[in-house]
Each structure stands twice: as C-alpha cells, then as structure tokens.
Write a protein that binds this ligand. Structure first.
Ligand code: ZN
Length: 163
C-alpha cells in the first residue's frame, strides 16, 4: 500500500544535525500520523509520499522544510510573573533552561537566554528553528485511516492520539 492522503503511516526515525543525533524514536514507540493533513514536518511528509511499508530512507531538510527559519523577533523580554511554575518554591532561572510561559494561546515553551531580577529574556523560536536537519526513516506500517481518524484529522491508536 503506497503512502498517500488518508493513509496512517507508522515510522521510526533518527533526527540528526551534522551527524550528531538529536532524537531517536527507537528508544520508544513508532510515531503514527495521518498523511495529507499537515500533521508532520512538511519535508518529511513530502519525502514519505508514494513509499511503502518496509522502506528505509534518509532525507536532509533545509529549515524552511523542517522547523522554519529563525524569527528576528524571537528574543523577548517577559515578566517573571508570566512563568508557569511547577511549584510555589522560588525558582532560579539560568540561560538554557526551558520554561513554560502563560500566553494568550495557552502555555508556551521557551528557552531562557538571560535572567534578570524581575524579567527574563527568552527565545520563543522552536529549538530546532533555523537548522538543516537529516532524518533517517524506517516505515514500519501503512494502513487505511478509519472514517473517525479522517473526521478528526489525526491518527488514533499506537503512536497517535489517545482520547
Ligand atoms: Zn481523534
């Protein structure tokens, strides 16, 4: 069965930047996604089209096809009051720390760049934005999506949504 719209694809991947492994799904379950619904990184979805179960391939993606270019306004100064804290304890913020901010669109993960007394400079870009990334992909399953999955616009079951 070839990968096209309305198929659920399960796969394992290794994500690398300059031969350095950043993520490896082999540590856990395969990922499952519904093809043709923009649920996957654009370049990965494009490279998947027309392939079948059992195929292994590598693809190198420029930032535009992966997590996007870096945004010039990515560094923002925010009040420490907007940080969602895991506990009431006073937190010590350090550069490189990943924190959650309360925003109009809900909680948002950002990286601390600089910590002041009452404010933090944070980087709001995805940590992989601006990077050229390589994926080694192993397609473990391709199946027809159910009517419910198509109605929801995402895959259900192992590696997909549970609700
Ligand atoms: Zn659903």
């Amino acid at each position: 069965m070839k990968i096209e719209k309305n198929k659920v694809v399960s796969f394992h991947y290794t994500l690398m930047e300059n031969d350095q492994v950043l993520e490896d799904s082999h540590d856990g379950h395969a990922i499952a996604y519904l093809h043709g619904f923009n649920n996957m990184i654009e370049g990965v979805e494009e490279a998947m089209a027309g392939r079948e179960q059992g195929e292994n391939f590598s693809v190198t993606l420029p930032p535009e096809k992966a997590y996007g270019l870096r945004n010039e306004n990515a560094i923002q100064r925010v009040s420490i009051n907007h940080v969602m804290k895991p506990s009431k304890k006073k937190m010590k913020y350090k550069p490189g720390m990943i924190i959650q901010l309360n925003s109009n669109e809900g909680p948002r993960e950002v990286v601390v760049v600089k910590a002041g007394l009452k404010t933090l400079d944070v980087d709001t870009d995805h940590p992989l934005a601006g990077k050229t990334l390589s994926f080694n992909i192993e397609i473990t399953d391709v199946r027809e999506a159910t009517a419910e999955e198509i109605a929801h616009g995402h895959a259900h079951g192992d590696g997909g949504h549970h609700h």
